[in-house]
Design a protein around this ligand. Structure first.
Ligand code: CA
Length: 232
């Protein structure tokens, strides 16, 4: 599948030339012409990379960068800065941008930076989990918190209330090893009649519903002697 890049930039001509070039390199491209539109798209749709101009109408690139990271999105961000914006570059990196390119930039250099960021985010196995305001997306699965529903490619996957809460807790703690005790405490709230075995039973049933091969789980991993780790 093509990697998708969001360009948030108000200079239309730059958007067009850059968009054409990225498409010719095999990327899928989407655009937003101001900071608010950028936020709408970045928070609702999954992107592999965001190219973000600092000087934008409505919401500045730096504010948007802050908002994206505050929302828990780990999408790589490449800032476009003007030569004079030395301070903004530094602030941008501190706010969570991954790299920057100074305008006017050499397209080959920009492509090299994009390639490096995309490689880095896959090799770091930076979780394929992306977070919207009320949802988590991991691969074809979408966990919708508002509707308390899980879908795979848009088709509902039936979960019990307890399975849903457990999956939600996993999604909130990607890559973290969680002990059975912690899961019992946080998901079941120490109800009477719950045992660590309760966790195992629910993990097993979630695996049946989520994993491609439930006997060789790749999403909810058993960490021997410790508990479980969600690796979306
Ligand atoms: Ca601009």
């Amino acid at each position: 599948m093509n990697e998708t890049i969001l360009i948030v930039e108000d200079e239309q001509e730059l958007c067009m030339t850059l968009g054409d070039r990225l498409r010719s390199e095999g990327y899928a491209v989407d655009f937003a012409a101001d900071g608010d539109a950028g936020w709408e798209k970045a928070s609702q749709l999954p992107f592999d990379l965001i190219i973000l101009d600092i000087m934008l109408p409505a919401r500045s690139g730096l504010d948007l960068c802050t908002d994206i990271r505050r929302a828990g999105l780990a999408t790589p961000i490449l800032l476009l800065t003007a030569r004079s914006q030395t301070v903004e570059k530094v602030i941008g990196l501190r706010l969570g941008a991954d790299d920057y390119v100074t305008k006017p930039f050499d397209t080959l250099e920009l492509l090299a930076r994009i390639g490096a960021l995309l490689r880095r985010s896959t090799t770091m196995s930076d979780f394929s989990l992306s977070r919207g305001p009320d949802s988590y997306q991991f691969g074809p699965l979408l966990l919708d918190l508002r509707r308390t529903q899980l879908t795979r490619n848009g088709e509902p996957v039936a979960l019990t209330a307890q399975e849903f809460q457990l999956l939600r807790y996993f999604a909130e703690h990607p890559g973290v090893t969680l002990s059975r005790d912690q899961l019992l405490r946080e998901v079941w709230g120490h109800k009477v009649g719950t045992f660590t075995r309760t966790v195992d039973v629910h993990v097993a049933s979630l695996r049946q519903k989520l994993e491609v091969s439930p006997k060789k789980p790749e999403m909810i991993i058993t960490v021997p002697g410790l508990g479980y780790r969600f690796q979306p």
